[in-house]
Design a protein. Sequence first.
Length: 301
Amino acid sequence: MKIAILSRNARLYSTRRLKEAAEARGHRVRVIDVLRCYMNIRPGSPEIWYRGRRLSGFDAVIPRIGASVTFYGAAVVRQFEMMGVYCVNESVAITRARDKLRALQLLARKGIPMPATGFAHSPDDTEGVVGLVGGAPLVIKLVEGTQGQGVVLAETRQAADSVIDAFRGLDAYFLVQDFVAEAGAADIRCLVVGNKVVAAMRRVARPGDFRANLHRGGTAEAVKITAEERDIALRAARIIGLNVAGVDLLRTPQGSMVLEVNASPGLEGIEAASGVDVADRVITFIERHARPHRTRTKGTG
């Protein structure tokens, strides 16, 4: 097979591992900077050009789309879909996952457990939306933040008002969410490939922080998840429409809840913690499922 990996940096761990895993299985791989792609959008014959040459002949695409380039990256993935190329994560699913509000609404509609969450626009409704999640302490999240960025713990109502005012001053959309202190500043990352959770790790925040993201200095260790957690992770990925996903769970006294569904999960931490060759699992999945004109996520909901 001829596989394209859409990545801004060929030296990133996840990009390198996917390339190595694909080549080890006999495939031809090309890493493509998504921002250097340009598109000819014409009826019946869509094209993608890259560094002066038309891209063609690809059997599959692995999108590694960063948060800062979501709009353009999803447009390039969509163009590959129009050309009939199999994309392991499709454009609609990527944009769903990247918008936290949209993702949580879709998950809630299907009954996926999650912390109490509120969303409001008017400053006049701050007291009301804070009350919906039980008041302080609470977590305030930018709708399109990633890797722990734009996530703030407000331990008092006064702190919450200050953060909310600051976000509104930046004209930024944000969520407020119940803070579950019993989780102990830790979460569970489940790596989903197809209909399986192929690896899992427990991430613990560094001292003085509540965000367990490894990019924020957290640590990771292998963890055994329950059958219920496995089912929640698989359902969450399926609802968003992702074949490859990192589903973050919070263990609470009321049971495990979904925090976030990530469309471009990093492989370094979870491969090191679990000992699982996740990159090989992704390539194996592509071998089994890649077919021309096989776009399964319909609509924009």
